[in-house]
Write a new protein. Sequence first.
Length: 210
Amino acid sequence: MTHPRYLLIEFFLIFIVIPVSFAIPYPVGIKAAIALLGLGYIIYVLFRVEKIKLKIKKGIDWKTFWRRTAMGFLGVIVLTTAYVYFFDPENLFNPPRTNPPKYILFLFIYTFLSVWQQEIIYRTFFFKRYETLFSSKSLLIFVNAIVFCLAHIFFRNALVMALTFIGGILFALTYVKFRSTTLVSIEHALYGNWLFTVGMGQMLGFPSME
């Protein structure tokens, strides 16, 4: 069993120091190297130390998952559509309108090359390594949302920080309930792809469809 002091240092470096440092101007190449080293360390710990096996969990309550997700997704659709309609109407549903093939391609790229990796790091790894450090499940979920929010600090956008904090809460709740990387990745992909679809993608670093 890993010593709690080591876990605290590990947590501080991976989830606070590195993300915050990415908001500071220094060569992109160095940032990329740090990110790759961090990802390599996380993969090593998950598979060689924690002996995690990434496979679809048996006995998942899909009905409950889809019911919960549909309710949250409906709320996201209403709020974000209203936001773009009133504050940025020219971008409302801009990606699928202007370049459908590129839009569809990006949905696949984002889902399989971004979402899944984020959930491996911020849910699977985070909960496996640090859950025992928290006596309160509510505090665990709150901290998880905070560090997920910090992962997006390099955008330097208050709305992005608010959205990712809320998303972090939702994803953490889903992971705690179902203990499934697959389910939380599906939920994350739905929300992220919707933000791109409705016209809020640029502030999250999504590519232009022009």
